[in-house]
Design a protein around this ligand. Structure first.
Ligand code: GAR
Length: 209
């Protein structure tokens, strides 16, 4: 089983979806630790309750962004993960960090990339008059929310939708898509090659439904 470290900043519902998937004996990955940049992230207590090692590295405890990342990298060295999953981790990683784990860091983003990278994705999808919205799991590269796509899943945008209602609907499918996508990577059925996601699984790599 591949060793996975999950990075969070908040409630950790995607992290918990990965933990639940990994509880199945045929799942090809195990969650060995959770790292947060917020000491009060709700996900830390949830992970600890599952017996998973948790670590908080708060930016304000470090003199610089580089020093903060150094500390995280040192902890990762001790954990020796095969794969890093960003799950609501709201901080950009430096190129140096990403290169250290190239092709082995994935992220979930709550939009159908390349539409709506960055923040406030649900309100932006509503404002743009989109009829479908969704989520994307992708390899992490230096450009924010730009890396090659592993899988996507879609939901309808309903008349009179609010950003909160849409976010809740999208989150439900995030919880299916992320475990499916991690499975593909852990099984070696998708990899990053020359800036593209190459898959040997049946296309689409992970449709999420
Ligand atoms: C999720 O919707 C995730 O896609 C999003 O934050 C939420 C975290 O929820 N990520 C981003 O916006 C990344 N830029 P969770 O902590 O309950 O998994």
């Amino acid at each position: 089983r591949k060793r996975v470290v999950v990075f969070i900043s908040g409630s950790g519902s995607n992290m918990m979806a990965l933990v639940k998937a990994a509880a199945a004996s045929d799942y090809p990955a195990e969650i060995v630790a959770v790292i947060s940049d917020k000491a009060d992230a709700g996900g830390l207590a949830k992970a600890a309750a599952e017996g998973i090692a948790t670590f908080a590295f708060m930016r304000k405890d470090f003199a610089s962004k580089d020093a903060h990342e150094e500390a995280i990298l040192a902890q990762l060295e001790a954990l020796s993960p095969d794969i890093i999953c960003l799950a609501g981790y709201m901080r950009l990683l430096t190129g140096r960090f990403i290169q250290s784990y190239e092709g082995r860091i994935i992220n979930i983003h709550p939009s159908l990339l390349p539409l709506f990278p960055g923040l406030h994705t649900h309100q932006r999808a509503i404002d743009a008059g989109q009829r479908i919205a969704g989520c994307t799991v992708h390899f992490v590269t230096e450009g924010m929310d730009e890396g090659p796509v592993i899988g996507q899943a879609a939901v309808p945008v309903l008349t009179d939708d609010t950003a909160d209602a849409l976010a809740t609907r999208v989150l439900t499918i995030e919880h299916r898509l992320y475990p499916q996508s991690l499975r593909l990577l852990a099984e070696g059925k998708v990899r990053m090659e020359s800036g593209k996601a190459v898959t040997t699984a049946k296309a689409p790599a992970a449709a999420g439904q």
